[in-house]
Design a protein around this ligand. Sequence first.
Ligand code: NDP
Length: 475
Amino acid sequence: MTERTADIGVVGLGTMGSNLALNIAQKGFTVAVHNRTIAKSFALRDDNPGIGDNVVPADSLEDFVASLKTPRLVLFMVPAGKIVDDEMATIAPLLSAGDVMIDAGNADFNDTIRRSKAVEETGLQFVGMGVSGGELGARHGPSIMVGGAEATYGLLSPILTRIAAQYEGEPCVAWLGPDGAGHFVKTIHNGIEYADMQMIAEIYGIMRDGIGLEPKAMAAIFEDWNTRGLSSYLIEITAVTLAETDPETGKPMVDVIVDEAGQKGTGRWAVIEAQKLGVGATTIEAAVSARGVSSRRSERADAGALYAGIATQAGGFAGDAAGLAELEEALETAKIIAYAQGYATMAAASQEFSWNLPLAEIARIWRAGCIIRSRFLDDIARAYDSGETVVNLLQATDFVARVSAGQGALRRIVARAMLAGIPVPALSAALAYLDDYRRPRGTTNLTQAQRDLFGAHTFHRLDKDGVFHHQWPAV
Ligand code: NDP
């Protein structure tokens, strides 16, 4: 029987689990590891000289559990869904009251709430934890969003604060609230990531199809943008990917990659939850839908033939290199709107589930380690920390000024793209949301009239209190 020496155990040694385990080991903690394919556990120890000394592989689940200090901390890094339930059910009988099971994969927060209840009824503790930053983040410092009991977080924080990304000396990890709070915030993080990436791809589309720029020229532009307001990991990697050459053909790498985007579901979860909460997360929705449309590649080719008469007017932006500043301003403005939608979704969830989500802190732990890391998140944190009541980021003083200044550029870019036949679903969704959101007198008075006519759904009047039904003419 292995001695109880390990500070934490990791179950699942795929891309994320193995890198997270090495990160933990490198920070001086002893980490027990278990994997369905057992050989991977031993390989993790043997293939990583030095760090591997802190890795304790186990032949069996019993040995794995026996190697853990109590209360035992067991972190699962396996694909979301039934596999998490199955793995937890296998290990739970080997654990004792007070031990902690941590789901660190990308979970639907509704599952996390269900698991929290079920696990806590057995006397064990449960933590739902979002980890962002991909493979490199897991290895060298991810952004970590924790949900569960605050006291349980206390058991994990000595390890998590060491393995998390550090931003100006502050660890990018925080306890965000009970049960599903951490996984909900991770889901919205990914939703925002979808919107951010889609808007960058739309700007690329304008550069390629509207202005006729080559990828290398675009790379230089994105590199330049990365020195100012848009400075972020996503803009940085946009420049890197556009500059890359395919070693086989000598063509730009992006020109040989098929235009079908994959997705694993977190963007879709973000949209579904925003809809349930009655929040318009239209930029995220546009991004998720665009990935869906992209995956119907042969169908798009057929449609292209059917609509061959509608020419994409490549000249729509021709000779417009001078308009690059306008493109930059449009992207920056749309980005503010997309993040405002993500934050509005978190604010609504915080109220709905009584989580009291620390919105400024969330911006702070996203500043390093995660995919949407950027200096812009400092501005969001500042808005929430400023003392003013922030109903929606689009009402925060700084953002009102920036969106007011940038909306003209966004409007002109969206309008010209649409006239040229270049799709900009997320950029146009951002603009439409802004125009809808800033309009005191909307048009749903007509919707209410229609609903009252066909379904006696009643309506409110502007000139007096109460609920009314009108006798509409028979139709
Ligand atoms: P991988 O596919 O790389 O690894 C999956 C791991 O789960 C492997 O260890 C695998 O074992 C194990 N596993 C798979 N199926 C089963 C099963 N039926 N029973 C037991 N074990 C099983 O996944 P990732 O590391 O990429 O992802 C893990 C989690 O992290 C997911 O929830 C993912 O969404 C999330 N995540 C991933 C990110 C990424 O960039 N990849 C970023 C952030 C979160 P075996 O070795 O035997 O196949």
